[in-house]
Write a protein that binds this ligand. Structure first.
Ligand SMILES: [Zn+2]
Length: 205
């Protein structure tokens, strides 16, 4: 089963995608997490993309495609978080999967009003050392004890640009995947939304 999760910035997509992958035994792959780790570990790729991602811009499609196809090659069950993020990427992915006799089974779209999503992003923190997610109430990382910072792509000015990009680039994917699209209301607690996601995915399995 191949599933992709998409939603606006701050829709809780990362958290919900990870929970859903665990529930369905799918390999979880987040392009955002992957590239942030490359930056943190200061790899060659990380150095190349640091400025791009910190400025709230997006990495070139061909580069992202290469990373994702490398991960998906030979993996039967995958949940993609943050990919594809535009129609050209989706077309490349279709061609890649088609070449292996596979296809995207399901696209889950997490829907949260923009005002609510902005508020959530303002309170989001991340560990400088291990990259674990944290909330406003945590003082240090619960996983390793290191310092927490706001993610540079959650800065209000950057968030606004991410919303514009989202509407322009990602929303058209609803149409691309219209025959296998599931819309899930992203309002409520993590547990409430998770239950909705499971119910929606179950009906497609
Ligand atoms: Zn940590």
């Amino acid at each position: 089963m191949i599933v992709t999760f998409f939603g606006s910035p701050g829709a809780g997509k990362g958290t919900q995608a990870e929970l859903a992958a665990e529930a369905f035994g799918l390999y979880y792959f987040s392009t955002g997490e992957y590239f942030r780790r490359e930056i943190r570990e200061d790899t060659l790729l990380g150095r190349e993309i640091r400025g791009i991602i910190e400025g709230g811009n997006f990495i070139a499609d061909h580069l992202v495609n290469r990373v994702v196809f490398g991960v998906m090659d030979g993996l039967p069950d995958v949940l993609l978080d943050g990919y594809p993020r535009n129609v050209p990427q989706a077309l490349s992915l279709d061609a890649f999967l088609d070449g292996q006799g596979r296809r995207m089974d399901l696209a889950v779209f997490l829907d949260v009003p923009e005002a609510e999503a902005s508020e959530r992003l303002a309170g989001r923190r991340q560990c400088v050392a291990c990259g674990a997610r944290a909330s406003m109430k945590d003082e240090t990382c619960v996983a390793c004890g290191a310092e927490l910072v706001q993610r540079s792509d959650d800065d209000p000015a950057v968030v606004h640009r991410r919303f514009l990009e989202y509407h322009r680039e990602t929303r058209p994917l609803e149409e691309h995947y219209q025959d296998r699209l599931v819309m899930v209301d992203g309002l409520g607690t993590v547990e409430q939304v998770h239950r909705r996601v499971l119910k929606a995915m179950e009906s497609w399995r």
